[in-house]
Design a protein around this ligand. Structure first.
Ligand code: UDP
Length: 336
C-alpha cells in the first residue's frame, strides 16, 4: 500500500507508521504537530500541515500516488470537549470532511478511521458489541459518530471503502522502547501512574471508588497500541468499494483502576501511593469490548492479553524517556 497517515506524529499514529514501514508499505505522514512530535515519526516522509488544507492534501495524494488514508488526527479529551466543543467540531468534523473531500477529488476512496468506544456513551450492556446503541454522552464521542455516519454516506454515494475502528483504552509502547505515549498535560491513567513511579508525581488520584463495580473503581479494556496497528493492517486489506467495516478493538477483558495501579507496582517495584478523589464527570463505570466481530471479520486477536505485558512496554519507554519527547516548535515544510 501507499498510505497517508494523517496524525502520524501522534501516539497511535506513530506506532502505525512503524508497523507499516516494517511491513514494506510506503508511508507519508501529515501532521500539524499540535499534539504530535517530530521525533515520533521514525519512518516515511513527514509533511507538516493541516488536513483541512485541501490543496496541500490533494497534492500529497496525487504526488505520492496514495491509495489508502489512515486517519488518526483528532482531539480526544472528553473533558476538554465538554468545555470547548467548538474545537472538537472544527478539528474532528469540519477538518475531516475537508480530508474526505480531498480524497474524493483525487479518487482515493479507501480510509481506515480511528473511532472510539466513546460513541457508545454509557452502554446499556457490557461487554459492548457493535450492535450496542451508539448514544455518545459528550461532544468528543459525538464528533466521532458524525464522521462514522459521513463515511457510511460516502461509501453509499461515492463508493468509498472504509473501516471505522472503535478503540477501547489504547496503552503501551513499542516493544523496542523507541516510541511511546506523551501527552501534555497527561491525563491517561497508565502514564500518570508510571510518572509516580518515576518520582515525577507524589501520588495518583483514583477518580471515585464508589462505582457499582467489583472494587468500586472504573473498569476499562486496555488494548496495546501495536495490537491496534495489526487491526488496522487487517482492516486495510479488507476494504472494498461501498463496504463498511465497523469494529470494536479491545481484548474483551476489563480491569479496574485499582488493578492497573497494583500491576504498575509489580512491574516497577515502586509503592505508587494512591489517594481516592471525586468521580470524573463523564466517566462510564465499565467499558469492555466484545471482540468477537474483530476476530470474525478481521481475523484479529490481540497479542497482549493482560495489562502486565502492556504496562511492561510502557514502563520501558517511560524509563528511557522520563521527559517524553523533546519539544520542538512546529514549522512548515517537508522532511524525509
Ligand atoms: N483515572 C483515574 N485517575 C487518573 C486518570 C484516570 O482514576 O489520574 C481513571 C479514569 O477515571 C478511568 C480510567 O482511569 O476510569 C482510565 O482513564 P483514562 O483517562 O486513561 O482513559 P479513558 O477511559 O478516559 O479513555
Amino acid at each position: 500500500m501507499k498510505v497517508l497517515v494523517v496524525g502520524g506524529a501522534g501516539y497511535i499514529g506513530s506506532h502505525m507508521v512503524r508497523q507499516l514501514d516494517a511491513r514494506g508499505h510506503e508511508v507519508v505522514v501529515l501532521d500539524n504537530l499540535s499534539t504530535g512530535f517530530r521525533e515520533a515519526v521514525t519512518a516515511g516522509r513527514l509533511v507538516v500541515g493541516e488536513m483541512s488544507d485541501r490543496s496541500l492534501v490533494k497534492d500529497i495524494l496525487r504526488s505520492h500516488q496514495i491509495d489508502t488514508v489512515m486517519h488518526f488526527a483528532a482531539c480526544a479529551l472528553v473533558g476538554e470537549s465538554v468545555v470547548d466543543p467548538a474545537k472538537y467540531y472544527q478539528n474532528n468534523v469540519q477538518a475531516t470532511i475537508d480530508l474526505l473531500e480531498s480524497m474524493r477529488a483525487t479518487n482515493v476512496r479507501r480510509m481506515v478511521f480511528s473511532s472510539t468506544c466513546a460513541t457508545y456513551g454509557v452502554p446499556t450492556t457490557v461487554p459492548i458489541s457493535e450492535s450496542t446503541p451508539q448514544q455518545p454522552v459528550n461532544p468528543y464521542g459525538f464528533t466521532k459518530l458524525v464522521i462514522e455516519k459521513a463515511l457510511e454516506d460516502y461509501a453509499h454515494a461515492y463508493d468509498f471503502g472504509y473501516a471505522a475502528l472503535r478503540y477501547f483504552n489504547a496503552a503501551g509502547a513499542s516493544a523496542d522502547g523507541r516510541i511511546g505515549e506523551d501527552h501534555d498535560p497527561e491525563s491517561h491513567l497508565i502514564p500518570i501512574v508510571l510518572q509516580v513511579a518515576l518520582g515525577q508525581r507524589e501520588h495518583v488520584t483514583i477518580f471515585g471508588d464508589d462505582w457499582d463495580t467489583p472494587d468500586g473503581t472504573c473498569v476499562r479494556d486496555y488494548i496495546h497500541v501495536d495490537d491496534l496497528g495489526t487491526a488496522h493492517l487487517a482492516a486495510a486489506s479488507r476494504l472494498e468499494p461501498g463496504k463498511a467495516l465497523e469494529v470494536n478493538l479491545g481484548t474483551g477483558r476489563g480491569f479496574s483502576v485499582r488493578q492497573i495501579i497494583e500491576t504498575c507496582r509489580e512491574v516497577t517495584g515502586h509503592p505508587i501511593p494512591a489517594v481516592t478523589g471525586e468521580r470524573r464527570p463523564g466517566d462510564p463505570p465499565e467499558l469492555v469490548a466484545d471482540p468477537t466481530l474483530a476476530r470474525e471479520l478481521l481475523g484479529w486477536v490481540p497479542v497482549h492479553r493482560n495489562p502486565r505485558s502492556i504496562i511492561e512496554t510502557a514502563w520501558k519507554w517511560h524509563q528511557a524517556n522520563p521527559s517524553g519527547y523533546q519539544k520542538i516548535n512546529a514549522t512548515s515544510g517537508e522532511q524525509s
